[in-house]
Ligand binder design. Structure first.
Ligand code: ZN
Length: 136
C-alpha cells in the first residue's frame, strides 16, 4: 500500500504526493492530506483480473473516474463497457459501480467524488485573469 506525503503547504495551498504512479499500489485518499473542501480524490490501482472487492453506491456524490494506465471493464448497474488509459467515466448517485483491470499493465485511476449538482461556475465563468509577476 502506498502512502501520501505532504510536501509543502501555505496559507492558500497544500501540496501532497503519492509519488511515482508507476510504483503506486493500492488505494489512497487525498482529502485529509490537502484539506480539500469541495471534493474527495483518491488514487487506485488494480492488477490484471482484479476488481474493487465490492460494488458500492453513493447517496449524494457523483464520481468521476479517470483512467491513467491499463485497460479493463467498467460496470454501472447492469451496463458494462470497456475503459482504457484516457477514459473518463462519470457515475451518478444511487447506482452500483465497479471496475476491473483486464490488461497485463496494471490499471491506475483517479476517482474524484463531489456533491452531485454542486458545480456552478467553472473555467472562465468562475476564473479571472490576474496580473501577478511570474516567479517560475
Ligand atoms: Zn465511491
Amino acid at each position: 500500500m502506498s502512502e501520501i506525503k505532504i510536501l509543502n503547504s501555505g496559507e492558500k495551498f497544500a501540496h501532497a504526493s503519492v509519488g511515482s504512479l508507476h510504483d503506486f499500489e493500492g488505494k489512497q485518499f487525498v482529502k485529509d492530506a490537502t484539506g480539500a473542501t469541495s471534493c474527495e480524490i483518491s488514487f487506485g490501482t488494480l492488477s490484471k483480473g482484479e476488481s474493487i472487492p465490492f460494488f458500492h453506491s453513493h447517496k449524494g456524490n457523483e464520481e468521476n473516474y479517470i483512467i491513467l494506465s491499463g485497460s479493463g471493464k467498467f460496470q454501472v448497474n447492469d451496463d458494462v463497457f470497456d475503459v482504457a488509459e484516457g477514459s473518463v467515466v462519470r457515475v451518478a448517485t444511487n447506482c452500483d459501480r465497479n471496475i476491473k483491470c483486464t490488461s497485463d499493465e496494471k490499471m491506475c485511476y483517479i476517482c474524484i467524488q463531489a456533491k452531485e449538482g454542486s458545480l456552478e461556475g467553472y473555467t472562465m465563468t468562475d476564473a479571472e485573469i490576474t496580473q501577478r509577476e511570474s516567479l517560475l
